[in-house]
Design a protein around this ligand. Structure first.
Ligand SMILES: Nc1ncnc2c1ncn2[C@@H]1O[C@H](COP(=O)(O)OP(=O)(O)OP(=O)(O)O)[C@@H](O)[C@H]1O
Length: 341
């Protein structure tokens, strides 16, 4: 569905004045990104602010032309076949609307039908289906400018899907939505992916979106792909800490396990009978728990895995080494690269 090979996008940037001339140093917003997305996949396209996500999406949809590299979306070159691609692609930008501000939502959606040349009968059936799934009925007659953000986003999703595209590209579709609207949008996306097989590429900073929806994530950093794989593998691969929270029968001195050896673990915090032990990477939690139980009177134990928030924050800050399966290049290579030509 998507094939990107060595895609680069440079923007000219006004530099410092040198004599009468200003230097124009190009900024590589996207710096040699390669990945493929198969039909039916639901992929998260993640990365810190300014990483190059929106620029990639604009190239995928044909709004921007790549400076170099090769890009195929639904088998088409997006910048040369933009109109043909538009019939097979749905796009939603959370920060903008594609609907007509002064028209009631129903009329906006009728105009979308004409734009895409969808037959009246097919349109009617599809509109009825999307109206039910997205619960649009109560505000179909309301002008778009009077819709709440959550209502407008549901309207935008309907507009993007009325022509039944194979691929849906979403740029922050849940930004600013309350918990109920987010849940409606997420349920809907999950459903069209599972039931209709619509391929979805989702850009988001929302951790709930990522955990709930994305089986595979691509992480970009400074315009480069830093990770391509599953969320669970990501949690396991990065050096994310696990913490044992132990409740002893009574308060005592800090627990020390594996004393003297390389696997020595000492409680880093204690509050009354409760103590926190940070497990070193690769430590066998079962063996640690067995040693704990043999040497202490333990009431309760909980193992706290790092949440995806901590894992991503660590990656974005550069705390973790990029190595291992699914991680195409070591962190040092990302660091050594210059973002400005
Ligand atoms: N038209 C442009 N001209 C010059 N620089 C641009 C242009 N568009 C984007 N950039 C720069 O390219 C880099 C990547 O921007 P982009 O919007 O793709 O990031 P992003 O990952 O979508 O960020 P965010 O999460 O904040 O939306 C940024 O440094 C940005 O300033």
């Amino acid at each position: 569905m998507i094939e990107a090979a060595g895609v680069v996008k440079s923007f000219p940037v006004r530099g410092r004045r040198r004599g009468l001339r200003r230097s124009r140093t190009p900024l590589r917003a996207v710096d040699g990104v390669s990945f493929t997305v198969e039909p039916g996949e639901f992929v998260g396209y993640l990365g810190p602010n300014g990483a190059g996500k929106s620029t990639t999406i604009k190239m995928l949809t044909g709004i921007l032309t790549a400076t170099s590299g090769s890009l195929r979306v639904c088998g088409l070159d997006p910048s040369r076949r933009r109109t043909a691609l538009a019939r097979r692609l749905g796009v939603v930008f959370g920060q903008r609307t594609t609907l007509w501000w002064d028209l009631p939502l129903r009329d906006s959606l009728a105009l979308v039908r004409r734009l895409y040349g969808v037959e009246r009968e097919a349109h009617r059936a599809r509109l009825a289906e999307l109206t039910a799934l997205l619960e649009l009925e109560p505000f179909l007659g309301t002008p778009v400018r009077q819709l709440s953000l959550g209502q407008r986003m549901r309207g935008d999703l309907a507009a993007a899907l009325l022509h039944d595209p194979e691929l849906l590209v979403l740029d922050e579709p849940t930004i600013g939505l309350d918990v109920v609207s987010k849940a409606t949008v997420r349920d809907f996306l999950e459903r069209i992916n599972a039931e209709r097989g619509t391929t979805i590429l989702l850009t988001t900073h929302d951790l709930g979106d990522i955990e709930r929806l994305c089986r595979r994530v691509l992480i970009v950093d400074h315009g480069r792909l830093a990770y391509d794989g599953g969320l669970d593998e990501l949690r396991r691969t990065v050096d994310a800490d696990r913490v044992l929270v132990v409740e002893l029968a009574r308060p005592g001195p800090p627990i020390v396990l594996g004393d003297g050896g390389p696997e020595r673990i000492e409680a880093e915090r204690s509050e009354g009978p409760r103590q926190w032990l940070r497990l070193p990477r690769g430590a066998n939690a079962a063996a640690v728990v067995a040693e704990l139980a043999a040497r202490h009177e333990v009431r309760d134990i909980a193992l706290r895995e790092a949440g995806i928030e901590e894992v991503l924050a660590g990656l974005y800050r550069g705390d973790h080494a990029y190595s291992g399966p699914g991680l195409p290049r070591p962190r040092s290579a990302v660091d050594q690269r210059s973002t400005v030509e």
